[in-house]
Write a protein that binds this ligand. Structure first.
Ligand code: GLV
Ligand code: MN
Ligand code: MN
Length: 426
């Protein structure tokens, strides 16, 4: 198949970059920091802004009960499963402006450019803005796509509570989405394909001087919460041999997490103890309790589960030896996703055509995604893949996160060509 971009296709780079800057200003923290936690004032304002831009672009919008927003360009054969793209606009505390946003505003820019060039999609095209890809509010990432993909029961989703005990149901009702979540999960085959544009959030493309990474596999996390109960006491008076220090048990466990990941045969196994709280938290008091949250990821499920079993054995051994009680809870343990080879081949062939037509350089490779994305859950609904663009130093989840304007424009061009090809398929 030849290049699917219509002859008059041109990107409006100015608008894309202007919108990224405008969205970055809608934040709970002062620039250059971006913080937009689900259903905060900033998140609600950002959602309104993006929905307005979608409607200005001539798309019809609807929001489901989970707060996922769908902007649709009706195809000439609207009864066929649509082709979808999209990402998220929520941002963790102290984040940058590109994570997720490039996929949402880039998806919109791709659709607008196709419309301007007179393209008529056979299949409808939908841009999805997913609810809470980031786990900040409820401790669970990809909330919107997780429900959509049938990986989280609606009733369980509604019971999720934030640190103050306010539930997802209460939050979404306050945000104007009080409907029944039962209508959110999608049947497999609902979409013909889903392709997400995203910054790489790692250093590989930049190091290798490449423009595009097409994702073959997405690593998935197991998130564990561990509560340790030791024995507190006076830091001067309790003799060392009598101690049951919860922090020290936790410290050994954090090292065991590192060891379990290092013992794996693959660099795709990674383990992080990202939360470590202790109490009572006084310099002259032996830590009586500790709470750890552990994130363990891999692209291969048996390998990740082997590392998880090693961690569980270490927890039991360390706590037994130190006389510290423990309760280990699995927050989530998602299976990794394998991307669709046919979709990857289609995107590769569109890039070949873009190079041949000298539109852009488009040097590329296939790669794994070590971060998770909404695509992980869309893989339960339809064939998926992702288009990665380089970001400076591989930095993400930080205010200095940066993707160059040309890198974004290349990503949007490849996305537009891919959407055009997929939307033209019979
Ligand atoms: C998503 O932000 C992740 O933690 O991979
Ligand atoms: Mn993120
Ligand atoms: Mn993201």
């Amino acid at each position: 198949m030849g290049l699917s971009l219509p002859a008059g296709f041109t990107l409006d780079g100015t608008t894309i970059h202007h919108r990224i800057a405008a969205l970055a200003a809608v934040s709970e923290s002062p620039a250059p920091v971006v913080t937009r936690v689900l259903f905060s004032e900033a998140d609600l304002a950002a959602r309104r802004l993006v929905a307005d831009w979608c409607r200005e672009a001539g798309l019809s919008t609807r929001t489901d009960a989970a707060g996922n927003v769908f902007a649709r360009w009706e195809g000439t054969e609207p009864d066929r499963p649509p082709v979808a793209t999209g990402s998220h606009i929520d941002a963790i505390p102290n984040a940058g402006r590109f994570d997720g946003v490039v996929g949402v505003l880039g998806g919109l820019a791709a659709i607008e450019a196709l419309r301007r060039a007179g393209f008529r999609p056979r299949r409808s095209l939908e841009l999805i803005v997913f609810t809470a890809e980031e786990p900040t509010r409820f401790g669970l990432g990809c909330l919107g796509s997780r429900i959509m993909g049938g990986a989280l029961e609606p009733a369980a989703a509604d019971r999720l509570a934030d640190g103050a005990g306010k539930t997802f149901f209460e939050w979404r009702s306050g945000a104007g989405c009080p409907g029944d979540l039962a209508g959110v999960p999608l049947e497999p085959g609902h979409y013909a394909a889903f392709v997400e544009l995203h910054i790489e959030q790692g250093p590989i493309l930049e190091r290798e001087g490449l423009d595009i990474g097409v994702v073959e596999k997405i690593a998935a996390p197991a998130a564990l919460r561990l509560r340790l109960t030791g024995e507190g006491g006076h830091a001067g008076a309790v003799l060392m041999q009598d101690r049951h220090d919860a922090l020290l048990a936790g410290a050994e466990i954090a090292l065991a997490v590192e060891q379990a990941a290092r013992d794996s045969s693959s660099p795709d196994t990674v383990g992080t103890t990202g939360v470590f709280r202790i109490g009572p938290g006084a310099i002259n008091s032996v830590p009586a309790w500790a709470e750890l949250e552990i994130d363990l990821r891999d692209t291969d499920l048996p390998r990740r589960e082997a590392a998880r079993a090693q961690i569980e054995r270490a927890v039991a051994e360390i706590c037994g030896r130190r006389g510290v009680g423990f309760a280990l809870e699995t927050i989530n343990a998602d299976p990794p996703a394998i991307c669709d080879p046919g979709l990857i081949a289609e995107i590769m062939s569109q890039m070949e055509e873009i190079r041949r037509n000298r539109r852009r350089r488009c040097s590329s490779r296939t790669m794994v995604s070590r971060a998770y994305h909404d695509t992980l859950f869309m893989a339960r609904v339809c064939p998926v893949t992702m288009i990665f663009i380089p970001c400076r130093g591989g930095v993400s989840h930080r205010p200095d996160e940066y993707a160059a304007p040309e890198a974004i424009e290349t990503g949007v061009t490849v996305l537009a060509a891919s959407l055009a090809a997929l939307a033209s398929e019979t």
